[in-house]
Design a protein around this ligand. Structure first.
Ligand SMILES: NC(=O)c1ccc[n+]([C@@H]2O[C@H](COP(=O)([O-])OP(=O)(O)OC[C@H]3O[C@@H](n4cnc5c(N)ncnc54)[C@H](O)[C@@H]3O)[C@@H](O)[C@H]2O)c1
Length: 319
């Protein structure tokens, strides 16, 4: 596998670093490009010094040929696959600074695709988001349903998806678009809008402080464990499939359910304080994952209890 060069953009981040773990454990030669704006070099500490691992600090807003110079690639094998994860992930800041969001999340994708085409990369995997669907009325949401993003972040993810399809048609670039739902697990950042509720509840449970719940707590999300996501991305890279997949568990879990499981795991009783509902918050979210099961043959999901237990163990080790 060491002769197979793969690039992970955003590889120092939450999902990216978990993906790097899976790739390294499987013996790939891994290059990471990350500007460390939200990612952390500590997330990759385990691999520094390995001859098949190469971290390159760089910004995807500039053409990748400038970043991935032959000297920086260190004479390693050429890049055959790109996992493109680098992004500005915060929906709220995409409203505050839509231009920055456009530059990173759309122009950044264009730079990655241009590099792929110019350098004979075989396949690009792109982490898109459930945000492309907006507030879907039909649940569980299928890949074929109409898209209706409600934020600049969702719009730029959708535009990137379309650009990837155009590059496929024009240059024959193989691709997989993974529309991630709510990813959680070790290394998640409490400020992450997708799964921050989990780390905030864990922090409160550890300190025996009350947890804050917006509305009645019956709002649902489709939580998927980060190691499952990493394994799905690698499977998708090795499949001959071009296409778009929901990446989720296909199970709705409410905020109240999450708080109960964390209460059990931590062994601390959680006092719940209910605040007014947040304006514009989506009430229910759940994915149809038939394509993931039937086309990609991924079925070994980590259950929410097991995933939360592992996350809590990691969380305790951090403190
Ligand atoms: N976490 C989720 O639940 C979730 C859900 C849907 C989609 N996604 C997508 O998954 C991907 C990874 O998200 P994450 O949760 O790991 O977030 P993260 O913030 O931990 O990871 C993003 C990484 O990209 C890097 N980055 C940001 N701007 C960059 C730039 N201009 N140049 C180079 N690197 C840059 C950051 O430093 C960070 O390491 C993103 O594309 C995100 O949109 C995540």
């Amino acid at each position: 596998m060491k002769d197979q060069g793969v690039l992970v953009t955003g590889g120092a981040g939450f999902i990216g670093s978990n993906l790097v773990d899976v790739l390294m454990e499987n013996g790939y030669t891994v290059y990471v490009v990350d500007d460390l704006s939200t990612g952390k070099i500590e997330n990759l500490r385990r691999w520094t010094g390995e001859d098949n691992f190469n971290f390159i600090k760089g910004d995807i807003r500039t053409p990748l040929d400038n970043t991935l110079t032959p000297s920086r690639l260190g004479g390693g094998p050429p890049i055959r696959t790109i996992f493109h994860l680098a992004a500005k992930v915060d929906v709220t800041s995409s409203f505050l600074d839509p231009r920055l969001d456009l530059e990173v999340n759309y122009i950044g994708t264009m730079n990655v695709l241009d590099y792929a085409v110019r350098n004979g990369v075989g396949k690009v995997l792109f982490t898109s988001s459930a945000a492309v669907y907006g507030d879907s009325e039909v649940l569980p949401v299928r890949e074929s349903q109409p898209t209706d993003p409600l934020s600049p972040y969702g719009l730029h993810k959708l535009s990137s998806e379309n650009l990837i399809r155009i590059y496929h048609g024009q240059y024959g670039l193989d691709h997989t678009v993974c529309r991630l739902f709510n990813v959680y697990g070790p290394r998640q950042d409490p400020s992450n809008q997708y799964s921050g509720v989990i780390s905030r509840f864990m922090e409160k449970a550890r300190r025996s402080e009350p947890v804050l719940i917006y509305g009645d707590g019956e709002q649902t999300r489709d939580f998927v464990f980060v190691n499952d996501v990493a394994r799905i991305l690698v499977m998708a890279a090795n499949s001959g499939l071009n296409g778009t997949f929901n990446v989720a568990c296909g199970i709705e879990t409410s905020v109240n359910d999450i708080s109960s499981v964390i209460e059990t795991i931590s062994g601390n009783e959680l006092r719940r304080v209910h605040l007014p509902e947040r304006k514009g918050e989506i009430r229910r979210s759940v994915a149809d994952i038939s394509m993931l099961r039937e086309d990609l043959h991924f079925t070994e999901f980590t259950g929410i209890r097991e995933g939360l237990r592992e996350t809590y163990r990691w969380f305790e080790r951090q403190h």
